[in-house]
Every structure is written in structure tokens, then in C-alpha cells.
Design a protein around this ligand. Structure first.
Ligand code: HEC
Ligand code: HEC
Ligand code: HEC
Ligand code: HEC
Length: 278
């Protein structure tokens, strides 16, 4: 009877999971197509305006549900172009290069602050045309994906920039910090696979990464050098803690295996003694 019940519950759970999986996916896609910005611009005959939608669909912003209106404003529920993109609906003009940091900074606050307070921000105040968020991150239009330094920091984007006179050097140390981050995260994965929870160390690693990315956007050599040293030290210290926990996990495992072996031996010996006594 109990076996039958268990099997029944099992079938029910499997049915529920297989039914709900496609359901969840369907809902995921639907939110995009409920926005009139998306549907109208996708159907737009003018190629220049239609192109942003497929680009955006592949972006990290679409993945995190940051839709057209989150950046551009406007009302994504209205069918009519003029109403949907009206001033009353809060539609914004495309940002000029001087406004870009504030535009993206609505969400990327710390990075935008660092950018504005840094060398590029000062240059903008003096009217010097520098690279802004879109110059570096929107070269493929709306397809903003993971920021790969080697794809961003090039002599093409930074012509005549004294700091980036040697893009290879810049990319070299960005890659170095990134590699330290990736190694640490991979080691955390290994230890967690052994059943130890390292959520706090993962959070600490994330903080180091974010602090470094923030400082990068000041585009100031001295600040970046200091941040790079600090990140390296931080990753090393965390790495030591992960290695220690890994060692402990292994020792505990070995101890457990040793105990089982000892108990088995004891049991066999006991059995043999009992048999002899009989
Ligand atoms: C019914 C169709 C339609 C809807 C709905 C619509 N748009 Fe547009 N959009 C257009 C057309 C056509 C243009 C180009 C002509 C113009 O600027 O009015 C345009 C232009 C734009 C531009 C370029 C403006 C510029 O100055 O270069 C942006 C950005 C934009 N739309 C974003 C949005 C956003 C965000 C929404 C939703 C809140 C939206 N659109 C809703 C059809 C639409
Ligand atoms: C992360 C913020 C962000 C999101 C999300 C976003 N846009 Fe944009 N969009 C911009 C910026 C910034 C520009 C100006 C780019 C520049 O000046 O180089 C722009 C430019 C445009 C333009 C002008 C033509 C072009 O391609 O440069 C259109 C049209 C447009 N966006 C429509 C859309 C639509 C439709 C969506 C949703 C599918 C969308 N955008 C999502 C930030 C965004
Ligand atoms: C409405 C909020 C919002 C706005 C406005 C916005 N973003 Fe984002 N952006 C996000 C979210 C959410 C993520 C994904 C989580 C994260 O990485 O922080 C993200 C991720 C990113 C990434 C990270 C890619 C990586 O390396 O992981 C870049 C680069 C980026 N955005 C650039 C921009 C630029 C440039 C603008 C302005 C044109 C902009 N964003 C405007 C919300 C926004
Ligand atoms: C000169 C080019 C350049 C400019 C201008 C620039 N960025 Fe970046 N951005 C980068 C590089 C390079 C990285 C990758 C840094 C790294 O690997 O740590 C990056 C990384 C990022 C990330 C990902 C951070 C993370 O946690 O991984 C975000 C978000 C971002 N930038 C947003 C912005 C915003 C917003 C602006 C404008 C205020 C901006 N960027 C201006 C080059 C630039």
C-alpha cells in the first residue's frame, strides 16, 4: 500500500515537473512580446530601427529583464507610436555623449560615479570628446554582453589616449585580475562540490570584482594600479582560506573512510571470535 502511494506521488511529481518546464519557458518569452516597444520595433520596416530588437534579445539586459523602456522611457503598453513615445509617457531623447554616464548610471550607479569623478569625467567637463559608456559597450549596438577587456580596450576605441597608448599592457593587467577571479571561483566550486557551503566567500570574491570594475572606470593609472594590487591581495587571501577548507574537507573524508574501514575490521574480527567460541 505504502509502495503504491509512493509510486503515485512520484508519477504526480514527474508529471508536474514536465508540465511546468515548458510553461515557465513560455512565460519567460511572453514578457518580451507584451511590450509594444518590442513588437512595433521588431515589425518596423525601417531596418535601422528594427535592428535593435534582435541585438537586444541577445544581451545581458534582456536576460535580466531590462527592457527598452527601462532605458528609453515611454509606455510599453500603448500601441500607438506617438503615444507610446510621448513626452507625457516619459520618453527620453537618445543621450548625447555628455549625458551617457547619467543615463546608464540610473542602474550602474557606482561605475557611473567613478567614471564621472575620474579622468574621463573631468575631460567631459572641459569639453574634450572622450569614450563614454556606449562607445565602449555598444559597439555591437544593443548586444551588450559580458565585458571582455580585449574586445573593448583597443587602440581603435582609445586613439591618442596616453593611458591606452599600449592597449596590450592595459588588457594584460585586466586579464590578470580576471584570471585570479576565475581561478578562485573555480576552486570555490570544487570545495562546494564536496558539500561545504562557501556562500560568504563567493560574496567576498564578488565584492573584490565589483570594487575593481568600479575603479577601472576612473581610467586613472595610479588608481588602477592600486586597485590591481588590492584585488590581487584580496584574491590571494581568499584563495588561502578556500585551500584550507578544501584540505579540511579532504581530511574529514579520509577520517570517515578510515573509521568505516576500522569498524568493518572490528566487525569481522568480532564475527570470527564469535564463530570460534561456538
Ligand atoms: C507603433 C510603433 C512604435 C511603438 C509602439 C514604439 N516605437 Fe519607437 N519608434 C517607432 C518609429 C516609427 C520610430 C522612428 C520615427 C520616430 O522617431 O518617431 C521610432 C523611434 C524610436 C527611437 C529612436 C529615437 C531617436 O531619436 O533616434 C527609440 C529610442 C525608440 N523608438 C524607442 C521606443 C520605446 C522605448 C518604445 C516603448 C516605450 C517605443 N519606441 C514604442 C515606432 C514605435
Ligand atoms: C541598456 C539600455 C538600453 C536598452 C535596454 C535599450 N536601448 Fe535603445 N539605445 C540605448 C542607447 C544608449 C542608445 C544610443 C546609442 C548611441 O548613441 O550610440 C540607443 C539607441 C536606440 C535607437 C536609435 C538607433 C540605434 O540603434 O542606435 C533605437 C531605435 C533604440 N535604441 C530602440 C530600442 C529598443 C526598441 C529597445 C528594446 C528592444 C532598446 N532600444 C533597448 C540604450 C538602450
Ligand atoms: C534599468 C537598469 C539598467 C540600465 C539603465 C542599464 N543597465 Fe546595464 N545592466 C543592468 C542589469 C540588471 C545588468 C545585469 C546584472 C549586472 O551585471 O549587474 C546589467 C549589465 C550590464 C553590463 C555587464 C556585462 C558584464 O560584463 O557582466 C554592462 C557592460 C552594462 N550593463 C552596460 C550598460 C550600459 C552601457 C548602459 C547604458 C547605455 C546600461 N548598462 C544601462 C541594468 C541596467
Ligand atoms: C574606455 C572604455 C570603457 C568606458 C568608457 C566604459 N567602460 Fe565599462 N568596462 C570597460 C572594461 C574594459 C570593462 C571590463 C573590466 C574588467 O574586466 O574588470 C568594463 C566593465 C563594465 C561593467 C561590468 C562590471 C562587472 O561587474 O563585471 C559594467 C556594468 C560597465 N562596464 C558599465 C559601464 C558604464 C555604465 C559606463 C559609463 C559610465 C562604462 N562602463 C564606461 C570599459 C569601458
Amino acid at each position: 500500500m505504502i509502495g503504491f502511494l509512493v509510486r503515485l506521488i512520484g508519477i504526480f511529481v514527474v508529471a508536474l515537473v514536465s508540465l511546468s518546464a515548458p510553461l515557465v519557458l513560455a512565460v519567460d518569452d511572453a514578457w518580451q512580446d507584451e511590450s509594444t516597444c518590442v513588437t512595433c520595433h521588431e515589425a518596423e520596416i525601417d531596418e535601422a530601427l528594427a535592428i535593435s530588437v534582435p541585438e537586444w534579445r541577445e544581451s545581458i539586459h534582456a536576460e535580466y529583464l531590462v527592457s527598452c523602456d527601462a532605458c528609453h522611457g515611454g509606455d510599453p503598453r500603448l500601441e500607438d507610436a506617438d503615444e507610446s513615445m510621448s513626452e507625457e509617457a516619459g520618453f527620453l531623447d537618445n543621450p548625447s555623449w555628455t549625458e551617457m554616464a547619467d543615463y546608464c548610471g540610473v542602474c550602474h550607479e557606482a561605475i557611473a560615479e567613478s567614471f564621472t569623478a575620474g579622468r574621463f569625467g573631468s575631460a567631459i567637463l572641459e569639453g574634450v570628446r572622450v569614450a563614454t559608456c556606449a562607445t565602449c559597450h555598444m559597439r555591437d549596438g544593443h548586444r551588450i554582453v559580458a565585458s571582455i577587456p580585449a574586445e573593448i580596450v583597443t587602440s581603435e576605441i582609445c586613439p591618442g589616449c596616453p593611458s591606452v597608448a599600449d592597449p596590450d599592457r592595459c588588457v594584460g593587467f585586466l586579464r590578470e585580475v580576471r584570471a585570479a577571479d576565475e581561478t578562485l571561483v573555480a576552486n570555490i566550486d570544487v570545495v562546494e562540490a564536496k558539500g561545504i557551503d562557501l556562500t560568504d566567500l563567493r560574496g567576498a570574491a564578488r565584492e573584490i570584482h565589483e570594487a575593481f570594475a568600479r575603479t577601472v572606470h576612473a581610467f586613472d593609472d595610479a588608481a588602477i594600479d592600486a586597485a590591481r594590487a588590492q584585488a590581487a591581495g584580496g584574491y590571494e587571501a581568499l584563495g588561502d582560506r578556500v585551500a584550507l577548507l578544501d584540505h579540511e574537507a579532504d581530511s574529514r573524508r579520509r577520517f570517515g573512510a578510515g573509521m568505516i574501514a576500522a569498524l568493518t575490521l572490528l566487525f569481522v574480527a568480532l564475527l570470527a571470535t564469535l564463530r570460534k567460541l561456538r
